[in-house]
Every structure is written in structure tokens, then in C-alpha cells.
Design a protein around this ligand. Sequence first.
Ligand SMILES: NC(=O)c1ccc[n+]([C@@H]2O[C@H](COP(=O)([O-])OP(=O)(O)OC[C@H]3O[C@@H](n4cnc5c(N)ncnc54)[C@H](OP(=O)(O)O)[C@@H]3O)[C@@H](O)[C@H]2O)c1
Length: 294
Amino acid sequence: MLDAHKTEVQLKPSFYSDAAHAGTIALGDLTVNRLGFGAMRLCGDSAWGRRRDRDHPSRVLRRAVELGVNFIDTADSYGPETNELMISEALYPYPSGLVIATKGGLLRPDRRSWVRDGRPDHLRHAVEGSLQRLRLERIDLYQFHAPDPNVPFAESVGALADLQRAGKIRHLGISNVTVAQLELARSIAPIVSVQNEYNLRDQTSEDVLAACEPLGIAFLPWYPLGGTRGLRALKVKQVAMRHGCTHAALSIAWLLAKSPVVLPIPGTRSIDHLEENLRATSLSLTPEDLDDLG
Ligand SMILES: NC(=O)c1ccc[n+]([C@@H]2O[C@H](COP(=O)([O-])OP(=O)(O)OC[C@H]3O[C@@H](n4cnc5c(N)ncnc54)[C@H](OP(=O)(O)O)[C@@H]3O)[C@@H](O)[C@H]2O)c1
């Protein structure tokens, strides 16, 4: 439960859907509502810097928490660094029960580039930076952002497992991985989550989701709404029309229906869109809907 006394965020009962309607999911010994929030979009375009209205990200983040969102995904590479700062500026001291998941292993030399860096030294430095910016003593979920082709995957995961043993990380996750990489990571340390691209348009990671399911590993689909291109295929529009909801809410409802281990993290910089997206938690898709969506 969130503790409203610890923060300015007020938990108002309202007619809006609440993330708790999505049910819950375990991340190791933590439990969160099964609809999270991806914070990357709160940065400037291309996940670079801040937007002009510096207050706006705080309003979106606080509204998400008011609406029961208690899982927020970020990364040190969003901004870079500014996305984590936005979260601590908006929400610290954190309501109890709020899980902030960050990621490391990508560098941003400029707004167009995402460069993989899985060297143990870099990851150790990255974790310290995230701890500082998020104002935490331990990160609840730290995800290795992407395997680095120049560094053995086991070395990167091993470095994070050492940081976990040192008490800097509570739970480990991995991102942009294959089933073989998931198995290798699991042979080094307990893995509680995997974050790969997955949505109505791209189900390339179906095998990874299938591997997570029996293990109870949370699967966080990135680009749950198809990113900036969106998912506006005719079939999505038609089913959304039947439910009187937006294509975005429908796309999230489809992910929630896909598997109990799926924890969607839709992103938006709009409070209206955030509220709309939470409607997904009260949609029940029928077998006919699922057939039509293919
Ligand atoms: N691990 C990785 O490699 C990786 C890669 C990419 C992303 N991620 C994570 O995944 C999270 C989600 O990804 P994402 O934000 O890139 O993509 P997304 O959630 O699929 O889509 C976000 C886009 O959808 C729009 N949108 C959101 N709600 C909408 C609505 N109700 N109606 C119309 N448009 C709507 C947003 O625009 P508005 O702002 O105008 O609403 C934004 O352009 C990120 O925040 C990040 O945490 C991880």
C-alpha cells in the first residue's frame, strides 16, 4: 500500500481506473500493480534532456501514483540522467510500495546515439550514479539495458550480481535478450524481470515471454503502444470501437490478457493519455476480440 503521509501525493478515490484493477505481480519479494509507467517520454524528444515545462513531468508522475501506479521504469540513459532526476524531484520522499526500476549499460554521446557499454567498471559506476540521482540506498530493480557485443554477457551480469551481494541492488532484471541469454543470466543470479520489445505489431520475443511464464519472471514489454508510430491498424481500431476505448487502452488490455507475467509500462507525457491508458485495466477482451486482433 502507498503511504500518503510520506509524500505530497494524495491518493484520491476517483472515477478514473486505478492500476490496482490490473491485479498484481511479484518481483522477487516485491509486489506491484500489473500496470506500470514508462518514464522515458518525460524527457525531451529522442529521450534527450528536459522539456521546456520543467514542472510538467512532476505532474504526470504524481498523477500516475495517485492512480495506483506503483512501478515506474526509467534508465540512466534517458536524458541522459535527467529522467532519474525527474523521478526523485517529483516523488521523493517516495510513497511506500513504490518500486522504481532503472537500467544501465547504455551511453548517450549525443541525442541520436545509444552505445552499449557492459564493462563491469562502467556498470559499477552507473549503479552509483543511479543511486545518487534517485536518492536511494538500494535500487529495487536494476536492469542490464542491453547485452554489449564487446563484453561477455556473463561478465556484465556477474558484475551486477556482485553489486546485488554488496546491497546496492535488490533485484536484477535484463533487457533486450534472447532465451539463451536469459538462461545464462539465471545461471549467474536470480533474474526477476525481462524487458524486451513486444506489442500488437511485434511479437518477435514471443519465445522469451514463453520462457518467462513458467518461471514467474515478469515480462515488461517495451513499446507497448508501438512507440511514436503507435498501433493504429484497422483491426485495433475496430476492436477498440467495440469497447468504446482508444487504440492505446486496447493495446494495453491485449498485453494484460496475453499472460499473467506481462507488466506493461506504457509511456506518455500527457495526463489525459495516462488516464485513458489506465482504462485498460477495466476492459475485458472476449475470445472474439483476441481472434480479431490475431
Ligand atoms: N529496454 C529498452 O530497450 C526500452 C526501449 C524503449 C522503451 N523502453 C521503456 O518502455 C517505456 C514505454 O515505451 P515508449 O514510451 O517508448 O513507447 P510506448 O509506450 O509504446 O508509446 C509511447 C507513445 O505513445 C503515445 N501515447 C501514449 N498514450 C497514448 C494515448 N492514450 N493516445 C495516443 N497516444 C498515446 C505517447 O505520446 P504522448 O506523450 O503524446 O501521449 C508516445 O508517443 C519507456 O518509457 C521506457 O521506460 C525500454
